[in-house]
Design a protein around this ligand. Structure first.
Ligand SMILES: [Zn+2]
Length: 168
């Protein structure tokens, strides 16, 4: 689906991390061999990676104006533990915030947030309003007011529920 194309730049890392959990079926793919490699983590890192994932989800829900989906460690608290440095390219002077510690997942996420802040894209990464979904998506709508991961799936379901509520 075109409205599920991945987020730009480093936000794609965050989007794919958040979307390793399917809330409706509770299927969690974070611990698969592919994902351990993709996120640069080991089995031992899974509890902290899951904590980070849900803190991110709460921040993405907040971007869309929604309350957190549960009790989570505030994302800022986690990211404060990720050292970033300003790296400057000697050839053209271009500067970027990069992980100071070789880039474990937490630092890569922090760098991705910093990059998105500069690009003005951070608050466009949101989580779907539907309680059975909360899927991460990148809001490409002109006004930036999209509420669902997919109008065809969650948007249609929400409309149907409102319609039924009116009928009752
Ligand atoms: Zn959804």
């Amino acid at each position: 689906m075109s409205d599920r194309s991945s987020a730009p730049g480093g936000l794609a890392l965050i989007e794919s991390l958040v979307n390793t959990l399917d809330i409706e079926t509770t299927a969690d793919s974070l611990g698969t061999a592919d994902n351990l490699e993709r996120f640069g983590i080991t089995e031992a890192d899974l509890p902290r990676a899951r904590e980070l994932r849900e803190s991110l989800r709460a921040a993405l829900l907040a971007h869309a104006g929604h309350a957190p989906h549960g009790r989570v460690t505030p994302l800022g608290e986690l990211l404060a533990r990720a050292p970033l440095v300003v790296a400057v390219d000697a050839r053209d002077g271009a500067a970027a915030l990069t992980p100071a510690d070789g880039g474990p997942l937490l630092s890569r996420v922090a760098a991705a947030v910093a990059e998105a802040l500069v690009a003005g894209t951070w608050t466009r990464l949101k989580a779907c309003e539907a309680g059975t979904c909360h899927w991460a998506y990148y809001d490409r709508s002109p006004a930036g007011r999209r509420r669902w991961c997919s109008m065809q799936v969650c948007g249609a379901r929400a409309k149907m529920r409102r319609y039924r509520a009116r009928e009752a």
